[in-house]
Design a protein around this ligand. Structure first.
Ligand SMILES: Nc1ncnc2c1ncn2[C@@H]1O[C@H](COP(=O)(O)OP(=O)(O)OP(=O)(O)O)[C@@H](O)[C@H]1O
Ligand SMILES: O=P(O)(O)OC[C@@]1(O)O[C@H](CO)[C@@H](O)[C@@H]1O
Length: 303
């Protein structure tokens, strides 16, 4: 079973205006509320791909209830810790460009944090845990270390989608997958990346430091899969970008769900890219039908 962990879920409030006038009254052309947070997005795509999974994390207040209700309406299994404070609301402003304003997240007490750790300690080596997204400040910067330690004790594999020192530190514990985009990769090693060769060089370092599979996403410019033996490039399908929020999460879901069921990294890569692009070409996250439509358009080449 796959378990996603979203420490900091959100209602994603997507607001569209024709033109953004700062310091003036703007009227919305369109708005949309979605259950969000990176692990929750992974769960929603896994569910659409029929990959059994349960969403874990912290939800609280009216906003947390909204998220749970939306997930249950999609028949997604959840086992959240309910916290006293409200889940955040993240604003995604579309005004020709995409501007995002993400909340800090609720206060999480020590007891609430311990309750999540207790749930995780029930997993086994049959399980895969996807750790995604920001950590509410009250949990402290090292909370992922604690969760990874519990994964190690239970024998569960883990995927981690975070950035900076937290990602570098997690590598030694052999994550099944890491997926920085090319900008995050450059920041991780404090380098300027100028070519595909540079991306491969630094992507290989992630393998050397312990990752089992490395995906480097490059938005509309395709993606790379780096394994100990080979490097593969995938193109992205053609389409009109509607909302790229959650494209990276969709890619992680497509890759992880397929890898768990087929143990075939190339097919996992293909589904990951199709899922990411299908989300980029949709208002909400991708549907199963859109992912299936795009899959044959993904060409994978060994470099
Ligand atoms: N403009 C685009 N056209 C086609 N596919 C896209 C586009 N943007 C994203 N994708 C798809 O989604 C995948 C992940 O996108 P991206 O590299 O933007 O990840 P990310 O930075 O983690 O995304 P985000 O933070 O927006 O969720 C890409 O590899 C690609 O398959
Ligand atoms: O603030 P974080 O946790 O880094 O990111 C949260 C978030 O931007 O990520 C998802 C898209 O990847 C959205 O659903 C959500 O609003």
């Amino acid at each position: 079973m796959i378990y996603t962990i979203t420490l900091n879920p959100s209602i994603d409030y997507i607001v569209e205006v024709d033109e953004l006038k700062l310091g003036d009254l703007n009227r919305m052309k369109r708005d949309l509320k979605l259950p969000g947070g990176k692990g929750i997005n992974v769960s929603r795509i896994l569910n659409r791909l029929d990959a059994p999974n349960t969403a874990l994390g912290f939800v609280g207040g009216f906003s947390g209830q909204y998220i749970e209700d939306k997930l249950h309406a999609e028949h997604i299994s959840t086992d959240f810790v309910h916290v006293a404070d409200d889940t955040r609301i993240n604003v995604k402003l579309k005004h020709g460009e995409e501007t995002e304003i993400n909340g800090q997240g609720p206060n999480i007490s020590t007891e609430e944090a311990d309750a999540l750790v207790a749930k995780l300690s029930q997993l086994s080596q049959e399980d895969v845990v996807v750790l995604s997204g920001s950590v509410p400040p009250s949990l402290g910067a090292n909370f992922y270390d604690r969760l990874i330690e519990v994964c190690k004790q239970t024998g569960a594999e883990f995927v981690i989608d975070t950035t900076g020192p937290a990602l570098l530190k997690a590598l030694a514990d052999r994550p099944l997958l890491v997926k920085p985009n090319h900008h995050e990769l450059a920041e991780l090693f404090s380098v300027v990346i100028a070519s595909r060769e540079d991306i491969i060089t630094y992507g290989r370092k992630l393998l050397e430091l312990g990752a089992q599979h490395v995906l480097i996403s490059m938005a509309g410019d395709g993606a790379l899969l780096i394994t100990p033996d080979e490097v593969y490039h995938a193109n992205v399908p053609k389409g009109t970008v509607k909302n790229s929020v959650g494209a990276g999460d969709s890619m992680i879901a497509g890759f992880t769900g397929t890898l768990v069921s087929t143990h075939d990294p190339i097919e996992a890569f293909r589904t990951g890219v199709a899922s990411g692009s299908a989300t980029a070409f949709s208002d909400d996250l991708a549907t199963r039908a859109k992912i299936e439509e795009l899959r044959p358009q993904v060409t994978i080449v060994k470099l």
